[in-house]
Design a protein around this ligand. Sequence first.
Ligand code: GLC
Length: 467
Amino acid sequence: MKVLFVTSEMYPYAKAGGLGDVSFSLPRALKRLGVDIISAVPLYNFIDPKKHGIRHTGKWVGVYVNGGWYKFEILRKNNIFFFKNEELLKGSHVYGPAGWEYENSDIRFGSFCWAVAESLRKGIIDADTIHLNDWPTALIAVILKEIFGWDKKVILTIHNIAYQGIFDKEAIDRLALPSYLFNTDALEFWGRVNLLKGGIIYSDFITTVSSTYAEEILTQEYGYGLEGVLKRYRHKLRGILNGIDNEVWNPKKDPKIFENFSARDIDKKEKNKNILLKRFNINNADRPLFAFINRLTHQKGVELILESVEELSRLNAFFFFLGEGEYSNAFREIGNIYENIITKVSFDDALARQLYSSADFIMMPSFFEPCGLSHLIGMRYGCIPLVRETGGLADTVVDISEDKGYGITFKNPTKWEFLCAVKRAVELYHNKERLKKIRREVLKKDFSWKRFAREYLDLYNESYKTL
Ligand code: GLC
């Protein structure tokens, strides 16, 4: 069995969100399990091949899109194949500046899909199991199954169903697809073209990144219009939780944090906290520190935070927001107004690590959350999670009111339930004995890929057997 993992993001080359981390760590974890796996990624113009040691292979494929022929050069670094076309992959972002998508996204990613499919056809890349991720790669399922008529096994993982790759109906022509595919049992979606829908229909298996999210996307509230199609193909759908790379995230060895620590000397978190707060001209003063390290977008529940800001400012606690997104300005503003609210609008890896190692609580009040990684990383650094019970958050956090609970959860995305959870956390912070016990529970948890990569391996084996 040979697996090809196709993705539009991969850390450290190109990352817009959690998909970038998963595309880096999952193939590595699978490799450790003995899987013969290669990856394919677009070589966006902002990636500098020299800096990363990405080399020419001398190979290329031609694709026909938008009424013309384009040449994709294939480059390589170890097991990763990069597809380069300077004209189609321009711009300094993966999808577009925060909150926006490049106008030619159908061609940007559709051409990449054609290029990957062509290189499989030409034998430049060899694989019998193709693992796709999200809408930018979904068209590969349609091309391989419907246009090439191949029986390679295709698995599509949905990391976020809110993004589907929806375009006007002319996208069929622009992507050089047969016009009969514009029908409701293929790519048509309310008079438009939906690439994720095509991927769902033509893939052999669909996975998403937690069991709860796999259930949620079958409902109108979370399915973003695809619940009906998913219900029809429910037999192909399953949830596999994401893991984190325990080597990449390791408080014992992390060179970027102030004081390394492990479960045994968890008190060192306090030192990290003091140093970090001092850098921001704040005295620790025995107040809990809540961290939020995520994109500042609707999905992450930022409106709940903004609505509650007056109440948060009156609590005897610090709130630190690190991230970027549509709400960057609003967060900058609250950071300027309130003495106990700190905002840093950026994706700063070192600061994120320092914050994880300092914070008492990691917050994820998401409206929806397919899996969520920030709270898993936070737990690895001894932060107690405060999350809304949705998607992967519901599958990974147990409230302290339950036996062996190690987090604080709330059900409905309302200001009052959120504030109630924050207040419970503040109380817990002042009950030092209980706090210590719960921190120890948190640090005992294992959310590493070691556990979850095996489930992908089982799925690959299952699909390979039917080849
Ligand atoms: C998306 C989802 C997030 C998930 C990540 C990786 O970013 O929003 O919940 O953890 O993909 O699968």
